[in-house]
Design a binder for this molecule. Structure first.
Ligand code: KIV
Ligand code: ZN
Length: 509
């Protein structure tokens, strides 16, 4: 069976999701998991956009052994040089060059004629080829480019040594049938040893469909992101493309190198480190993806699973909600269970998780894998939190004005303040605001129970806007007020850490 190469751009295009910027340490952590997942090419970043992005690509190149490591660059010498410098230590480096080709981009963004576009593209691929062999070229906004001109550009860069031609549907405008025809046209007219890749955005909800139809028409590489995160409505989701190819292998007749059992873990890691929650009804990795609500469905499932389930959650590594540990379980049992769930922590972190586990076991009779995952995820952030919640006290009731007293720790110092509010959470958030002196606008607030039962842990997800920037935060506790406070502080920490990354606004490609 033919192979489809999986090019993951979570760390580059995915990171362009509002509020998602990652530090270089966080990127490395995700890259190592992507390698475990079996991703063929990891796009680590856009080195010219910030020193920390350059550092991320460098670190990924130094540590990833099996996957190709790729860096993005505009068709400009300073971009190319910076990308090549970041890739110096990579075992399998790839340079990804892009230049817009559609009429609308030529006329309004670049103010360049067709001939100039071809000249620049050729010149820059030729320049880069002196230093690196593996070059991918993307004619940006390809799906809105005149097909004959698109072919001309592709042929021109291939002549200079580009080996992969990536066809982006930059603004998510393509329709499957039309996009399939475009890929077929290119496949029939480009040399057979050139890999055709596609990169689809999800503005009309068609990114995965367009990617799959491209495969049927000869594309042999797809660019995608974990959880489908990315610029605006996001990119094609890796897990959806891969599971389509696995479950409907009889139709697509192709395979990938992805180890599907690593999908769930990767999805959780990306969600935790970017702070972007996965929507509950998201295909493959959403919380409801394998939940059956209707009685008729539940009855069918009990009689024969395949009546209503086309894939086994085990295939993507979703742990069964098993009762695993109790109040009397020791450190060793906890460490072993965490290992089984894919978390490898050093002694100090295990100790911290153990303490949290014991506290939870006092409040909650049954501790399931999902509870443990929630505790462990709080410990996987490599970034040191700026603020942490030390203590809170709430007064609330039907005939009192809700008030909150809060103590936060910052750099070893305890700061305390208090406030009234419309409700207990509002009072808590106002007291935190008095301490941090930030004025976040609460854009979203969501609470979910991790398991069933009155003693279940609650997970709170918030989205805040601070000085015009969106950030996400998550907090977990059996006390929903505490979970709310943790989520709010988590988002503030994200904001404060990211503020120092200073990404450049990149203009004109
Ligand atoms: O969407 C796009 O066009 C891109 C290119 C840089 C490949 O992300
Ligand atoms: Zn893109």
């Amino acid at each position: 069976m033919e192979k489809i190469l999986i090019f993951d751009t979570t760390l580059r295009d995915g990171e362009q999701s509002p509020g998602a910027s990652l530090t270089s340490d966080e990127k490395l952590k995700i890259a190592l998991q992507l390698e475990k997942l079996g991703v063929d090419i990891i796009e680590g970043g856009f080195p010219i956009s910030s020193p920390d992005d350059a550092k991320a690509v460098k670190k990924i190149g130094e540590n990833v052994k099996n996957s190709v490591v790729c860096a993005l660059a505009r068709c400009q010498n300073e971009d190319i040089n910076e990308a090549l410098k970041s890739l110096e230590k990579a075992k399998k480096p790839r340079l990804h060059l892009f230049l817009a080709t559609s009429e609308i981009h030529r006329k309004y963004k670049l103010k360049k004629a067709k001939e100039e576009i071809i000249k620049i593209a050729k010149e820059k691929v030729r320049y880069a080829k002196k230093f690196i062999d593996d070059i991918e070229f993307s004619p940006e906004d390809a799906s809105r480019t005149e097909p004959d001109f698109l072919l001309e550009v592709c042929q021109a860069v291939i002549e200079e040594g580009a080996k992969t031609i990536n066809i982006p549907d930059t603004v998510g405008y393509a329709i499957p049938e039309e996009f399939g025809k475009l890929i077929k046209f290119l496949r029939e007219n480009l040399p057979s040893d050139i890999i055709i890749s596609v990169h689809c955005h999800n503005d009309l909800g068609l990114a995965v469909s367009n990617s799959l139809v491209a495969i049927l028409n000869g594309a042999r590489q797809v660019e995608c992101t974990i959880n489908g995160i990315g610029e605006r409505a996001g990119n094609a989701s890796l897990e959806e493309i891969v599971m389509n190819l696995v479950i409907r292998k009889n139709y697509y007749k192709v395979e990938t190198n992805i180890k599907t059992e690593e999908i769930y873990k990767t999805s959780r890691l990306v969600s935790t480190l970017t702070g972007i929650p996965v929507q509950p009804n998201k295909a493959i990795v959403g919380a409801n993806a394998f939940r059956h609500e209707a009685g008729i469905h539940q009855d069918g499932i009990l009689k024969y699973r395949l009546t209503y389930e086309i894939m086994d959650p085990k295939m993507i590594g979703i742990p069964k909600s098993e009762l695993v540990l109790g109040k009397h379980s020791g450190r060793h049992a906890l460490k072993e269970r965490l290992k089984l769930l894919g978390f490898e922590f050093d002694g100090e972190k295990v100790e911290k998780i153990f303490e949290k586990f014991k506290k939870l076991a006092e409040k909650k009779k049954e501790i399931h894998d999902v509870d443990l995952i929630a505790i462990a995820e709080e410990e996987i952030k490599p970034v040191k939190p700026v603020y942490s919640l030390e203590y809170f006290h709430i007064i609330s009731g039907s005939s009192t004005i809700p008030s909150a007293t809060v103590r936060l720790k910052k750099e070893g110092k305890i700061i305390e303040d208090a406030s009234n509010g419309d409700g207990p959470v509002d009072a808590l958030y106002k007291a935190i605001d008095r301490i941090t002196k930030l004025s976040p606008v609460l854009k979203e607030y969501k609470i979910t129970a991790i398991t069933g039962g009155k003693d279940a842990q609650g997970e709170v997800n918030v989205c805040l806007e601070i000085n015009g920037e969106r950030v996400y935060g998550k907090g977990v506790s059996t006390d929903i007020i505490e979970a709310s406070g943790k989520a709010y502080i988590n988002a503030i920490n994200f904001y404060l850490v990211r503020k120092n990354l200073e990404k450049k606004i990149i203009k004109g490609a």
